[in-house]
Design a protein around this ligand. Structure first.
Ligand code: DP6
Length: 339
């Protein structure tokens, strides 16, 4: 068994269509969620380990980053893995997109970390479960949405009666359940603001514990995910669009109607929502929006209309031609081991 070594993984973000919003103790989701795994928004994490007694150092983009460390420490503590007590770790991490801007940076960060830890375990001890399932379970402990990033294509997380193998503990790969109409979904992220959010997702999840619409939300998410599974299987873009937009607007409606209520959308987010709906109305193209816990607008469509979308964007939204204002992402194959 190795005493020193290096493990490194690049892991992507993901975009939920049916959203995880609200959780119980132990990072157990209040409802099941389903997401596409992206490919351009990546966290690259490397762990150098050597025999020791559990010391951990953390560097973000080459610098110590005290404000990120507590989340890393908390994940490692909550995993409570015996083998980690016999090693010292140097964790080096970097993102290729703005963190804390509602582009699910915790999903890529925590999945990359979970993949590294699980890979390390494979080197220094042994694994008692399939590698990716174990990594997904550990990613969930770091951040709920991260458990879905472990699988390429799409992932389902949370127990559903109709999906026998589904569980609240980890995500399931969902790529093989996608109709070819959903095999090359594009996600253009219009960056309305890349600043740090003023209310964290964790605070938002907490508000769901006593939210006036809690029961209604559980029912809605349950119905939406069953319909989404069907739409993805049948290649039904019309139903997909209806569910995606309903989920995005419901997520933000839950934030606004919480106690205290808050608003993450900006006037520019609303302008983009109207522009997408107008485009769909005028052209009949299969294009829609979704939104995470932030002001940025994700625009989803199949690759077949990409050229037309480029022309439309150039004419109607020239402000977004600069790469700093738009990330042209798409569904990807999932994490990659670097060494
Ligand atoms: C709105 O996974 O960031 O993006 O488990 O507290 O880390 P924690 O929350 P997080 O919540 C993400 C919520 C969401 C919807 C989703 O990705 O499903």
């Amino acid at each position: 068994m190795e005493k020193t070594g290096i493990v490194q993984w690049k892991s992507p973000s993901n975009i939920a269509i049916v959203k995880y919003w609200g959780k119980k103790a132990g990072q157990i989701p209040m409802n099941a969620s389903l997401s596409f795994t992206l490919s351009q928004c990546i966290t690259d994490t490397k762990i150098s380990y050597s025999a020791g007694n559990g010391k951990v150092e953390f560097f973000y983009e080459g610098q110590p980053k005290p404000e990120f460390f507590p989340k890393v420490r908390m994940m490692l503590d909550n995993l409570n893995l015996d083998f980690l007590k016999d090693f010292d770790l140097i964790i080096e991490s970097s993102n290729n997109f703005p963190h804390s801007a509602g582009i699910a940076s915790s999903a890529s960060a925590m999945s990359a970390l979970a993949l590294c830890i699980t890979d390390m375990q494979r080197n220094v001890r042994s694994l008692d479960k399939d590698f990716l399932s174990l990594a997904s379970l550990r990613a969930r402990i770091g951040s709920g949405s991260a458990c879905r990033s472990v699988f390429g294509g799409a992932a389902l997380w949370g127990k559903l009666e109709s999906v026998a193998e589904s569980t609240d503990e980890m995500a399931l790969p969902w790529k093989s359940n996608l109709h070819s109409a959903f095999s090359d979904v594009q996600d253009w992220i219009f960056i309305v603001s890349a600043g740090t959010k003023n209310v964290s997702s964790s605070a938002g999840h907490k508000e769901m514990n006593s939210h006036y619409f809690r029961t209604g939300r559980i029912t809605q998410a349950q119905q939406n995910i069953i319909q989404l599974i069907h739409a993805l299987k049948e290649g039904d873009w019309n139903s997909f669009i209806e569910i995606a937009e309903m989920e995005a607007l419901s997520l933000h409606a839950l934030m606004m109607s919480g106690n205290p209520g808050y608003l993450l959308l900006e006037p520019e987010s609303i302008r983009l929502i109207h522009a997408i709906r107008q485009l769909r109305k005028n052209t009949g193209w299969p294009v829609c929006f979704t939104i995470d816990a932030g002001p940025n607008i994700h625009v989803l469509f199949p690759k077949s209309i990409e050229d037309k979308m480029t022309d439309w964007c150039f004419t109607e939204l020239p402000n977004y031609s600069a790469e700093t204002r738009i990330i042209k992402d798409h569904v990807g194959n999932g994490p990659v081991k670097v060494q």
